[in-house]
Design a protein around this ligand. Structure first.
Ligand SMILES: O=C(O)CCC(=O)C(=O)O
Ligand SMILES: [Fe+2]
Length: 374
């Protein structure tokens, strides 16, 4: 008799990914670590205060980047995840608006690259903001099927443009990295002990309540000894932080608006995924921190934060009512390093990246992009 064909055993990561992605019934979220409610669920994972380098960036420079002084940041590490740092919204009131506006109005513009370029002409993808503004501002009153172009945006790449097919960066596929985002990233990296971090590549992910990002590892950068930084705005997400192996059970945690995650050391190579976007904890159209305005005495003249006008914020707020934006920033090359001349030449500068690539997430062999459930 022929042996029965066994279906492959579903691993723990995939099981939890599906559990949290599920709509009907919604998964119980009491087991999701919330760094803002450690008194309630601190025992889910061993959370400890992370030590930051408080003198790495002056209070004046953090303020210029729209951040609280480092001494006021609430930063945490996780036992068993060396190099992982979670910074609970260190932005000054009103300063997240700048980054949201940049992600919607400026960064999707050429020469940056976005998903819409794959099947639309440059004429059609120019001025997504201008073409979407009216539709967004009348969002409440329109029918569901007419999504604006901005709402069809899924990703934008900055600096060295990540190639989703080859899973590589290349010296000749690059545009200038935004100076404001470089400054923000370099301050955060310095606070975490990486004073020579250079922001060279960015991937912006745009999510709605039906979006998810599959299980993957970010390991295309040639210098993996530098951290990967992740900034979140808008509604919250469930983030699954897994292990070095694809199958290991991940730790679920919330990322709320303004939160920053730093993955360095061993944690730079951990599998992770975003199975679900969830409404902000306040249950309102926008998280409370996004309803705050810049303080009267904010030194706009010397800041990299460009105050967002009321009319621009109206468009951003309409977009964010059912969305989340995430910016990840990476250093691609080590100091003095160049791209390999032969395609398969290994140049990775950290021993942790030896071995076969593990970017395969769901059998596609690709680092997954944000997708919407049908
Ligand atoms: O959206 C997130 O929180 C994660 C994004 C991410 O993992 C990536 O862009 O590589
Ligand atoms: Fe990632």
């Amino acid at each position: 008799m022929a042996a029965p064909v066994l279906s492959p055993v579903e691993d723990a990561f995939r099981r939890l990914f599906k559990l949290y992605r599920r709509k009907q019934p919604l998964a119980e979220l009491s087991g999701v670590l919330d760094f803002n409610r450690l008194e309630v669920n601190g025992s889910i994972a061993k959370v400890h205060p992370a030590k930051l380098n408080q003198s790495s960036v002056s209070d004046q420079d953090t303020q210029r980047a729209g951040l609280q002084p480092i001494s006021k940041w609430k930063a945490y590490g996780l036992e068993g995840y060396p190099g992982f740092v979670f910074i609970s919204n260190p932005f000054l009131p009103g300063c997240q608006h700048h980054w949201v506006k940049q992600c919607l109005k400026l960064y999707p513009q050429k020469p940056n690259i976005c998903n819409l370029d794959m099947h639309m002409t440059s004429e059609e993808t120019s001025d997504l903001w201008g073409k979407s503004r009216e539709q967004l501002r009348h969002k409440g009153s329109r029918k569901r099927e007419s999504r604006s172009l901005l709402e069809k945006l899924r990703w934008v790449t900055l600096g060295y443009h990540y190639n989703w097919d080859t899973k590589r960066y290349a010296s000749d596929h690059r545009s200038p990295f935004p100076t404001d985002l470089a400054a923000l990233s370099e301050h955060v990296a310095a606070a975490c002990g990486f004073s020579n971090f250079k922001a060279e590549a960015g991937i912006l992910n745009y999510y709605h309540f039906d979006s998810s990002l599959g299980i993957h590892v970010d390991e295309s950068e040639l210098d993996l000894s530098q951290p990967l930084l992740s900034f979140s705005f808008g509604h919250s997400s469930i983030f699954l932080l897994g292990g070095l192996k694809r199958e290991e059970t991940p730790l679920p945690m919330f990322m709320h608006s303004g939160d920053i995650m730093v993955m360095s050391g061993i944690s730079r190579l951990l599998h992770h995924a975003v199975p679900r976007i969830v409404p902000c904890p306040e249950g309102t159209a926008l998280p409370y921190c996004l309803t705050l305005s810049l303080s009267e005495d904010f030194p706009t003249g010397s800041s990299i934060i460009d105050p967002c006008s009321e009319v621009d914020w109206e468009t951003c707020a309409a977009y964010l009512h059912d969305s989340r934006i995430n910016m990840t920033v990476r250093q691609v090359l080590g100091a003095g390093q160049t791209f390999p001349t032969q395609p398969n030449q290994e140049t990775c500068t950290w021993k942790g990246c030896e071995g076969s690539p593990q970017q395969d997430s769901e059998g596609t062999g690709k680092r997954l992009k944000v997708t919407d459930s049908s």
